[in-house]
Design a protein around this ligand. Structure first.
Ligand code: PLP
Length: 290
């Protein structure tokens, strides 16, 4: 099947899609992005992702490349042309193309690139076996709440995890508290069954899945504490898990080779995953009218 990308208003065969060498995203990482899960034809939490895109753009003083309704239409057209039922929609906005100079260019229009890639529904092994996590120092800048394309510390962290045959690296601040994963928010469950995740602020990304889990946990009558937790507390936790738009709730069964709980995915992580799956089923179909 022909894979199609969107580049500044044009739908182009994916393998031919390209941006200019002086795109500021390429030269300065001067841009932001979003990833929306397309699940059985539904765009999961689309409005929350576009709200966060709006916030990221606003924080960097980048204008929307097209209006929000036009972007929503373009996402749907891209989904329609690619014909994947389940996948990830990647949306990237940069400050645009201009002669290389650090300060903002005067009258450059923001650049918009989008792709869709198919992914399997609910990777069973991750859910049934859980994943390994390592901890590393958080080397990032002081505005991790902006979903910037500047991901080098995250790339290095994920590579360190891969080298240790782990799935994710949890980054720790100078005081030994976990901030988040390189591409996910970090959670533990205490011995009393309370869900704990770091409060939002400039040191983590405001995960859309994180927000949905807080809502769902509330509906389930579970206690949630938004507070910092240390690596040591995580090692003692009853359960641990990660959240992101690609894989929703992923149980963590070991951290730095210390087994978490009984070494099996925890029951709360599994229950949250199931409730999240119900929430996804309730989203409207992307290509339905009205
Ligand atoms: N934290 C980081 C650093 C991320 O890159 C991501 C997602 O890619 C998340 C958290 C989870 O965010 P979301 O649930 O919106 O996908």
């Amino acid at each position: 099947m022909l894979r199609i990308a969107y580049v500044n208003g044009r739908y182009i065969e994916h393998r031919r899609a390209a941006v200019h060498v002086e795109d500021r995203g390429y030269q300065f990482a001067d841009g932001v992005y979003e990833v929306i899960h397309l699940f059985r034809g539904r765009l999961i939490d689309e409005a929350a992702h576009l709200d966060r895109l709006d916030r990221s753009l606003g924080e960097l003083d980048i204008a929307w490349p097209v209006s929000r309704p036009v972007l929503a239409l373009a996402i749907r057209e891209l989904v329609r042309r690619n014909r994947y039922a389940t996948g990830l929609v990647y949306i990237q906005v940069t400050r645009g193309v201009a002669p290389r100079d650090h300060k903002f260019p005067g009258d450059t229009r923001a650049a918009l690139v989008m792709t869709v890639r198919p992914i399997p529904e609910f990777p069973t092994e991750m859910r049934e076996e859980g994943v390994k996590v390592i901890t590393i120092d958080d080397l990032r800048w002081a505005r991790c709440d902006i979903k910037s394309v500047a991901l080098l510390p995250n790339v290095l962290g994920k590579q360190a995890a891969a080298a240790a045959e782990a799935y994710e690296a949890w980054m720790c601040d100078a005081d030994g508290f976990v901030t988040e994963g390189t591409s996910s928010n970090a959670w533990i469950v205490t011995l009393y069954g309370t869900l704990v995740t770091r409060p939002t602020g400039p040191d983590i990304l405001r995960g859309i899945t994180r927000q949905a889990i807080i809502r769902i946990a509330g509906d389930m009558g579970l206690a949630v504490e938004e507070r910092k937790f240390s690596r040591e507390e995580a090692l003692e936790a009853r359960e641990a898990f990660l959240s992101n738009s690609s894989h929703f709730v992923t149980p963590v069964t070991s951290i730095d080779d210390t087994v978490i709980g009984n070494g099996k995915p925890g029951s709360l992580s599994a229950a949250l995953h199931d409730r999240y799956a119900e929430f996804m089923e309730s989203a409207p179909h992307a290509l339905s009218r009205g």
